[in-house]
Design a protein around this ligand. Structure first.
Ligand SMILES: NC(=O)c1ccc[n+]([C@@H]2O[C@H](COP(=O)([O-])OP(=O)(O)OC[C@H]3O[C@@H](n4cnc5c(N)ncnc54)[C@H](OP(=O)(O)O)[C@@H]3O)[C@@H](O)[C@H]2O)c1
Length: 287
């Protein structure tokens, strides 16, 4: 039997890069890593052609417009909508046509943050940012492929790309004092952990379509997350907790976006590492 093919879109991003790192652990699969230069997913004809020529068995869509604040700019919004919504529909359509199993990634920002208990997959989304709204549309389009699996994740960081951990490391080395928001609650996700989960879902052979939540375990705030980075790296920079009201950003963020992960834990026997343990792992790479 020939090896199964896994198409990874947006493969140069944080999550895609972590899947790439795991490639050698999964020699039974042929990985087709693409970013916009090889396959721009907003180009519907290119997507059709790619599927016709390559017929992947699985498609993991890691491509997205993830600059949440920039996504609020009117001049960007056509692109944000195309990439986070329309293009997901293009992929879902081709996945249906070629019986490709579709794994799509979404976000905690589909919720408005008014809850005070972890969000389940049954909770009603109500995005408060343009990014969140387009990601929600993307979910709806992904589900046109009735066999799709959507993983909503949150606060993603890794040793590559732009993310909170790298920004904090830079600021704490450059400055003597910084302010970090302490009234937004959520859970960080180390992209390496999520990448392993995605490949575990594929490898286990049990495909149960639908929406799942995945992040690391535990609950924190951006301030506490920053304090953990400071403590692990032994920086001397002072870190002050501030309210969101003192740090206005173009995009509104949910005040509470902790995800309940019971469904994925039970369906796929996954035990996410605690966010602090994963942070330690990532910081071993980020010197
Ligand atoms: N980052 C987070 O905190 C976070 C939180 C929750 C959910 N998520 C979701 O998790 C998934 C992975 O996020 P991530 O942090 O790995 O994102 P990322 O680092 O921004 O990676 C996205 C990748 O997609 C590429 N891309 C842009 N336009 C494309 C196109 N037309 N065709 C193909 N690829 C294109 C990007 O290239 P360029 O960089 O050159 O544009 C980038 O390499 C996304 O669905 C995101 O919405 C992320």
């Amino acid at each position: 039997m020939s090896e199964k093919k896994i198409l990874v879109t947006g493969a140069n991003g944080q999550l895609g890069s972590e899947i790439r790192r795991l490639e050698t652990n999964f020699p039974e699969y042929k990985f087709l890593f693409t970013d916009y230069e090889e396959l721009s997913i907003i180009d519907e004809e290119a997507v059709e052609k790619f599927f016709e020529e390559n017929r992947p068995d699985y498609c993991i869509n890691c491509a997205a417009y993830t600059a949440v604040d920039k996504a609020e700019e009117k001049s960007e919004q056509d692109l944000v909508e195309k990439l986070n919504a329309d293009a997901v529909g293009y992929l879902a359509k081709q996945c249906s046509k070629y019986h490709t199993k579709f794994l799509h990634i979404s976000t905690d920002y589909v919720f408005d943050g008014s809850s005070s208990t972890p969000y389940t997959e049954a909770d009603i989304p109500n995005p408060v940012s343009f990014y969140g709204a387009t990601k929600l549309k993307g979910e709806e389009l992904a589900l046109q492929n009735t066999d799709a699996i959507i993983i909503r994740t949150a606060w993603v960081y890794s040793s590559s790309g732009k993310n909170f951990v790298k920004t904090m490391m830079r600021l704490m080395q450059e400055k003597t004092e910084i302010n970090v928001v302490n009234d937004q609650y959520g859970t960080p996700t180390y992209a390496a952990d999520l990448a392993a989960v995605l490949l575990q879902i594929i490898k286990c052979g049990k495909w149960q379509s639908g929406i799942y939540h995945y992040s690391n375990d535990g609950i924190t705030t951006w301030y506490q997350f920053a304090m953990a980075i400071k403590s692990i790296k032994e920086y001397s920079c002072a870190v002050n907790p501030i309210p969101t009201a003192s740090f206005p950003t173009p995009a509104k963020r949910p005040a509470y976006s902790v995800l309940n992960k019971s469904k994925i834990k039970e369906a796929y026997h996954i035990q996410p590492p605690h966010w602090r343990d994963s942070l330690v792992e990532c910081l071993k790479i980020l010197v």
